[in-house]
Design a binder for this molecule. Sequence first.
Ligand SMILES: [Zn+2]
Length: 412
Amino acid sequence: MKLIRTAVIVILLTLVLSACFGPTSTDTSREPRPPQTSDNGTQKPDDHPPDKPAGETPDATGPETDRTTEAVWIAAGDVMMHTPQYPGSYDSKSKRYVFDPFFEKVRPILEEGDWSIVNLEVPLGGEDLKYTGYPLFNAPPEMAEALKNSGINIVGTANNHALDRGEKGVLRTIAALEEQGLIYKGTAGSQAEAEQAVIVEKNEIKMGFLAYTYGTNGIPVPEGKPYLISLIDEQRMVEDIEKLKAEGADFITVNLHFGIEYQFQPNEEQQRLAHRLIEAGADIIAGSHPHVVQPYEVVDTVNADGNSRRSVIIYSMGNFISNQQGDFKDYGVIFRIHVRKQHRTGQVEFTKIEPIPTWVYKYKKNGLNQYRILPLDETLSKRNQPGLSLGDYKQLESSLKILNKRLESMLK
Ligand SMILES: [Zn+2]
């Protein structure tokens, strides 16, 4: 019996791992493959079978080439772990941390995403490196499991806290994410891995994914190991975008960790860089770091071939989960973008771009802090969240108005 169970686990593991490293790969080691391989070195975790045939919208009368398919892109901001978030998440029975409740109210939204992305702003370095919050973070690997359970499948790991536990922290974070089958970009365990293109295909639409950070809070990148963290470097970013295009990406998301903390508007440099990357071929800039929500822009341009092209710049999605309170630090935004691909031309268009503002509801249970990310519109229309008073709803309502106004302030 035990043998059979072990065999099943081995098969399952093989499936999970081969899913991570591409459909033709039989390489189950943690060592990433060099970028130039038979399947272009891309990661296509859900390449086959198609996971959502419902996303297809075949034209029953037209030729096959008029076919379009659709998929949903979702992203949220910073996943932070401050010290006050730990005690209330510890399950003394299993002796494990359980962070799933943070996300339970937004799980239905995140699960809708074919690509669901967050910025993980804390190394998952393991208990022996001590669990801590600000200023040098380290959280339990159980966070990877909670992200996975919440519907997240792609994680940006390039941010100013990525090196808070040095190389060990980077490598263990990668291992924790891989163990959950999560795709990541922004940190790497080797030069080959850093150069490996991440292309995630859903409903026959290939999204290329990149992630960069402005810095590492002054923590030096270990000598001879620049691959550990992907730093903002315009020239390299443009090359990375071109490489993804060459490898077949239909559209490209760049997770950018940039800007100034607690500023409600993007500065000039953020705007310049974001527009530069759009010009270079990026389609969505998913920004984070300021810990507050900044506006988004929709950029309409015409390609050299005469086709119109729509891109989206989200300057900052704010905190998705954290212990930060006040001055809008407890608010964030999930973005949901509907993506449609016209297979005849290969053109991808964004048919719907929706910001979904969120708020971190912090309360006490048995004297310990609890946190729930609440989608604001839904919370305000249902008004059935236990613990919230009429006054709270009033406050949330006025905050939502301010947030929406800010979000839309750069739309033309
Ligand atoms: Zn940051």
